[in-house]
Design a protein around this ligand. Structure first.
Ligand SMILES: Nc1ncnc2c1ncn2[C@@H]1O[C@H](COP(=O)(O)OP(=O)(O)OP(=O)(O)O)[C@@H](O)[C@H]1O
Ligand SMILES: [Mg+2]
Length: 305
């Protein structure tokens, strides 16, 4: 498949800060691709570049076969952007926020009206169409932001943390809507700090940190490649821990110790569990490995800002 978005050797510098350090990526038609990484990794910077808001320092970036540094206007007309921070116009009602966007894209009259109504029904905000922005809950504002990004019926959708700060219900509503957009053939890129969101929505992921791509692949493939099938989470006393690791010598596993918890990533969980019986383990959890384990494995558990 030919990619509809492609970045090569992309660099962004803000003074001394290297926000993106020469990254390569591609997104094919119909794909939902996620960029996952800690705060400050460079995700928003990358999405801003794709949206034509931020200029790259160097490298190549094409969207829909067009060069962002030469044809940004044409690209902007054909993409939809949900920014990390809401920026609704507080002076307008819900429907007028959408109309203003439609006007910006040159959509007016009956077409604008039917498009706005259709989107309000789609996201279940039709009853709120006359409300002021200040009367909306956080979840409603985010839903409105999402449909605002759809006003021009974009071919490519850029979603920067679509559900951050929302309650589980509101998050699930947005996930359902994004899934339905995906099945209608929309191509999307998203960032998120919710690993569950990435697992639910993304066909493929790029793990990113400090402006560099650390890994790329399908969610399950990445987990199996970097973490393995299962994790044993063990809580026990400090001095028991060293003895336990000694006792496990010879078995094939990796481990990580964080505060009171020992994480084991064994090739054969049964073999490890057999040797654990003699220990006074306070808590033990055996579970399938997740994207969260992958995230920590690749980016570490501490803050590095
Ligand atoms: N306008 C700016 N001027 C200077 N530095 C910036 C600017 N925007 C971003 N940065 C820096 O670039 C780096 C990447 O920031 P970016 O916002 O892209 O991260 P992010 O991955 O989106 O993080 P978060 O998960 O917190 O949203 C950070 O070190 C940030 O401080
Ligand atoms: Mg960001």
């Amino acid at each position: 498949m030919t990619p509809i978005v492609q970045g090569k050797r992309l660099v962004k510098r803000y003074g001394e800060v290297q926000a993106l350090q020469g990254i390569h990526f591609s997104i094919c038609s119909g794909e939902c691709v996620g960029f996952l990484g800690p705060n400050g990794a460079g995700k928003t910077t990358l999405l801003h570049m794709m949206s034509g808001i931020v200029q790259k320092t160097s490298g190549d970036l094409t969207l829909l076969g067009l060069d962002i540094s030469k044809q940004a206007r044409e690209i902007k007309a054909r993409i939809g952007v949900l920014p990390q921070e809401n920026n609704l116009d507080p002076d307008f009602t819900v429907e007028n926020n959408l109309r203003a966007y439609a006007r910006y894209f040159g959509i007016s009259g009956k077409l604008a009206q039917s498009r706005v109504e259709e989107l309000l029904h789609f996201i279940q905000l039709y009853d709120k169409r006359k409300a002021k922005i200040s009367e909306l809950s956080g979840g409603m504002k985010r839903r409105l932001m999402l449909i605002r990004s759809l006003v021009n019926n974009p071919e490519f959708l850029i979603l920067d943390e679509p559900t951050t700060g929302l309650d589980p219900q509101a998050r699930h509503v947005i996930w359902q809507k994004l899934r339905s957009l995906k099945s209608s053939g929309k191509t999307m890129v998203l960032t998120t700090h919710y690993m569950e969101e990435a697992a639910q929505l993304c066909d493929r992921l790029y793990m990113i940190d400090r402006g560099k791509i650390l890994a790329e692949g399908k969610p399950q493939e990445l987990i199996h490649r970097y973490v393995g099938k299962e994790v044993l989470e063990i809580r026990l006393r400090k001095k028991e821990k060293d003895r336990l690791l000694e006792r496990l010598e010879g078995l094939d596993f990796e481990s990580e110790e964080i505060e009171d918890t020992l994480y084991l990533f064994p090739r054969d969980s049964e073999a490890v569990l057999r040797r654990l019986v003699e220990f006074d383990v306070q808590e033990l959890q055996r579970r399938p490995s997740t994207l969260e384990d992958l995230f920590f494995k690749l980016t570490g558990r501490g803050l590095h800002e």
